[in-house]
Design a binder for this molecule. Structure first.
Ligand SMILES: Nc1ncnc2c1ncn2[C@@H]1O[C@H](COP(=O)(O)OP(=O)(O)OP(=O)(O)O)[C@@H](O)[C@H]1O
Ligand SMILES: [Mg+2]
Length: 464
């Protein structure tokens, strides 16, 4: 429920100045990183050749035997996802530009503030970890910090709202159907906020009984209940100065809501069985796929608590409401999984894309992600073919115009009218072309459209 234990991130420090190397080594070690050092470009290159490869490189820019840029270039060749942080004695725009072009994420001018360096290191490593455990960030991320992919009006609105919200400390409520990216968005807000270098702690409020959730959140004192053999800090303390993500907040009991309300109002709390008041310096982000307003009306959710957590609300649209995002997301997942699994598939066949666009995606982005993972694993060629999709995507009602036309009512699961009409259009174009023996002018005549219109549509639907 909190961040999972991951291997220690590795950092390579390269500087010809011994005192600086030693200082960084001690400071970063204390932060829990595994630190390697090199005193010049030559031995840094040797480190990179031999491995293990660092997740992050901190390198001086100018050294007697060469430049930190060369070290970064060598590292990027072997490990493209590694991050470079360059140290320069003078802030020169040229070197900064050159470093950024190489994929150095950051640079610092000497002398630098150690606290600032630590914060940047933590943030870059966290961003790298997130990108690896989930999906590679889209190209646009560098320098601007977004991992929310998409080009629909709706998602662009979400992205700009996230950027504005991140600058405040206000409580946020994220709503949306299952799999729309609620946790993903919460993490993004955290990463863009001033709390970015501090922990992001997620707790699933629906997964525990009230008393367990209480002691998980607030911690408990030794002996405060049977089984409390030791004093334990809660997640509120773990998230100190960071962000606490209350997932599935709609599942909390009324009793728990009172306790959380108090923390939100007073920014103080006590461990279970404790007498001491502790301070909660935490930013709250809550998420739910339920309709809290309705729950307030029916008295299963407290109105005062609702207003406290819902200072700013972010609504994530269902994937079917923003079908324009399907191609971008699908291609991004495809690239990611193909690279990760070492598979040959590079693109998506037009027919496959048509099926992806026509599907309703009840499980939203997560379902699309799963479908692409499965597809990449099954596909033997360079293009993802319809056969590599799960069967229910192939024979969805909306994918079959004939079946749709035979229906008297709209299926309960609904369908996408635009896709449906396009499929019918395509079907008639194919029929006409076949009947006309492949002669386009004749096919156009059969359909009562001009040759130009026919040619345009044939191109749009990629008819042979
Ligand atoms: N805009 C986006 N760009 C890229 N990936 C996304 C985007 N939105 C969601 N994802 C992907 O979808 C997956 C599901 O997102 P997330 O777990 O945040 O959904 P959720 O709304 O919390 O779902 P649930 O309600 O089931 O908990 C993530 O792992 C992420 O890979
Ligand atoms: Mg979630």
């Amino acid at each position: 429920m909190s961040a999972t234990a991951a291997p220690k991130p590795r950092i390579l420090v390269v500087d010809d100045e011994r005192s600086l190397r030693e200082m960084l080594s001690i400071v970063l070690n204390r932060e829990g990183y595994e630190v390697m050092t090199a005193e010049d470009v030559g031995s840094a290159l040797e480190h990179i050749r031999r491995g293990p490869l660092p997740d992050l490189l901190i390198s001086d820019l100018r050294m007697p035997d060469g430049s930190g840029v060369d070290v970064l270039r060598a590292l990027k060749e072997r490990s493209p996802s590694s991050i470079g942080l360059l140290l320069t004695a003078y802030a020169s725009a040229d070197t900064a530009v050159e470093a950024m072009r190489l994929g150095a994420v950051d640079y610092l001018t000497k002398p630098f503030d150690v606290a600032d360096l630590k914060a940047r290191v933590a943030r870059h490593l966290e961003a790298k970890r997130l990108a690896e455990t989930q999906v590679a960030p889209p190209e646009g991320r560098k320098g601007q910090g977004f991992v929310l992919a998409g080009r629909s009006r709706q998602i662009l609105d979400v992205i700009s709202l996230v950027a504005r919200v991140a600058r405040t400390d206000a409580s946020v409520l994220i709503t949306g159907e299952s799999g729309t990216g609620k946790e993903w968005t919460a993490r993004e807000i955290h990463l863009q906020s001033s709390r970015q270098a501090q922990p992001f702690v997620a707790v699933n409020c629906g997964a525990f009984t009230e008393s367990i959730l209480e002691s998980e959140l607030f911690g408990h004192m030794k002996g405060s209940f049977t089984g409390a053999v030791d004093t334990k800090k809660g997640l509120l303390e773990a998230a100190d100065r960071g962000t606490l993500f209350l997932d599935e907040v709609g599942e909390t009991s009324l009793g728990m809501q009172v306790k959380l309300l108090r923390v939100l109002q007073e920014r103080r709390f006590r461990r279970v069985g404790g007498t001491q008041e502790l301070e909660a310096d935490v930013r709250f982000i809550a998420a739910t796929n339920r309709n809290l307003e309705e729950m307030v009306r029916t008295n299963v959710f407290r109105e005062d608590f609702f207003f406290r957590i819902n200072v700013i609300s972010v609504r994530l649209p269902a994937l079917r409401e923003r079908a324009e995002d399907i191609p971008i997301l699908a291609e991004q997942f495809l690239r990611r999984f193909a690279e990760r699994m070492g598979r040959p598939v590079q693109g998506i066949a037009a027919e496959t894309m048509r099926l992806l666009l026509g599907y309703r995606w009840p499980g939203n982005v997560r379902e699309l992600e799963n479908v692409m993972e499965r597809g990449v694993a099954l596909e033997q060629t360079a293009e993802l073919s319809p056969d590599s999709l799960p069967p229910h995507l192939m024979d969805q009602p909306s994918a079959s115009p004939a079946a749709m036309a035979a229906l008297e009512a709209i299926p309960a699961a609904g369908f996408n009218l635009e896709t449906h009409l396009q499929q019918i259009e395509r079907m008639h174009l194919e029929r006409a072309l076949k009947q006309a023996g492949g002669v386009q002018v004749k096919a156009a005549d059969l359909l009562g459209i001009t040759f130009r219109q026919f040619r345009y549509l044939a191109k749009k639907y990629q008819l042979k």
